[in-house]
Design a binder for this molecule. Structure first.
Ligand SMILES: [Zn+2]
Length: 174
């Protein structure tokens, strides 16, 4: 059975009933994620299955697909970062339960029976999946930049590290 994506979910009840949710969420509704992005455009495809396993652990198996824009740390231009996440989260009501979970699970701590924001759950998964140092996979800087850097170190010859102040003043001269 497939339902429209609700804003809030009761994950335990969904698991007990073995329900599936799928649909689209918007990056606009994820402010914590957007902080790391160039813009908040785009949508997120979400496919979630809730169920109980054979030892009665409630779980959510999810597939989350999105494309976000981040700044490449090498050339400082925006780049598209495709994200495709599969997650398997076991719902627990106490941190003490973490140790007893089967190892294929990541723990999902539910502090009480209050409804949970679906956006926030998916946002957390996306934030975890963002690359720490986003970079184009291809060589994205013009080649003369690389050659200039190499020439400079070759001419200097000695390995004396430049003081940070020298670097600063050479930047100011430009
Ligand atoms: Zn780049």
């Amino acid at each position: 059975m497939h339902l429209k994506l609700p804003k809030e979910i009761d994950p335990l009840r969904l698991a007990q009933n073995g329900l599936k949710l799928n649909g689209e969420l918007s990056i606009k509704d994820m402010p914590r994620l957007s902080e790391s992005l160039v813009n908040d455009e785009g949508s997120i495809l979400v496919d979630l299955a809730f169920d109980m396993d054979e030892v009665n652990t409630p779980y959510m198996q999810g597939k989350i697909v999105a494309e976000v824009s981040m700044i490449c740390e090498r050339c400082m231009s925006p780049m598209k970062v495709p994200l495709s996440i599969t997650c398997l989260l076991a719902m627990i009501l106490s941190e003490r339960k973490i140790a007893s979970l089967a190892e294929e699970y990541d723990p999902w701590l539910l502090e009480n029976n209050d409804p949970v924001s679906l956006n926030a759950v998916i946002e957390d998964e996306l934030i975890l999946a963002l690359p720490l140092v986003p970079r184009h996979t291809e060589a994205c800087l013009p080649s003369e930049v690389w050659f200039a850097g190499e020439d400079e170190s070759a001419v200097k010859g000695d390995d004396k590290p430049e003081s940070p102040f020298a670097v600063l003043s050479s930047l100011k001269d430009k």
